[in-house]
Write a protein that binds this ligand. Structure first.
Ligand SMILES: Cc1cc2nc3c(=O)[nH]c(=O)nc-3n(C[C@H](O)[C@H](O)[C@H](O)COP(=O)(O)O)c2cc1C
Length: 206
């Protein structure tokens, strides 16, 4: 029995492609694994706080330097880390915003990438502590950044997500990409259909 964390980062509701596709994937998965638990974290509609000065004190200062504010700020992060670590698999619906991820998702990453909790610094350098987990990223973008295309170097979203999740140890990652969504009806429909086909297949083998 697994625990699945579904994270959505689009501020849009029904019109959001990344939200619709990640929800579809989660539903397909749940149908086939009714014993699994599915948790939802909707960053698009319920953002988590940004890192603040009290947060930095809470994360890095010694106990005697802690204040009520630093304890409260880091308690939010601790809770998000605990939730993340309690899950075995992650389904992440992430739009492309300005060639990268939305700031709501970046704020979440800043809360869960924590020294001593999700990564460690040892004699051999950095080590990810989140081991044995799987993630599928379902991304959406108005344009296309396909490998080999002139715009591929502008895609900071997929490389960043691979790097930061890999940094904390989540290296078993898959990408389902719905792109060209703002390039006319036909390209958008085709791309979405391709993404739906891919997620249906992945839901049986993941
Ligand atoms: C603030 C903002 C920035 C965006 N930046 C990009 C971008 O850099 N490249 C791109 O291809 N599409 C960009 N888009 C288009 C979105 O990626 C596209 O509409 C996508 O479908 C949004 O995801 P959603 O449908 O899940 O809401 C941007 C949209 C918004 C609102």
């Amino acid at each position: 029995m697994s625990k699945i964390l579904v994270i959505t980062a689009s501020p849009r509701g029904e019109r959001s492609v990344s939200r619709a596709l990640s929800t579809q994937f989660a539903q397909l998965w749940a149908q086939q694994h009714p014993q699994d638990t599915v948790l939802l974290r909707d960053l698009g509609h319920h953002p988590v706080p940004h890192v603040t000065e009290p947060w930095v004190v809470g994360a890095f200062a010694p106990p005697e330097a802690q204040t009520p504010e630093s304890k409260a700020a880091i308690a939010v992060s601790d809770q998000l880390v605990d939730e993340f670590l309690s899950c075995d698999r992650f389904i992440l619906g992430v739009p492309m915003y300005n060639l990268n991820i939305p700031s709501t998702f970046k704020a979440y990453i800043d809360q869960i990438v924590r020294a001593g909790k999700t990564f460690a610094v040892g004699p051999n350098g950095y080590e990810g502590l989140v081991k044995g987990k799987k993630a599928v990223f379902i991304t959406s973008s108005g344009g296309s950044f396909a490998a080999g295309s002139p715009f591929a170097p502008f895609n900071f979203q997929e490389p960043y997500l691979r790097a930061i999740f890999g940094f904390i140890g989540v290296t078993d990652v898959q990408f389902i990409i719905a792109d060209s969504l703002n390039q006319g009806e036909d390209p958008a429909r085709l791309s979405r259909q391709k993404a739906e086909d891919a997620l249906k297949e992945l839901a049986t083998t993941w």
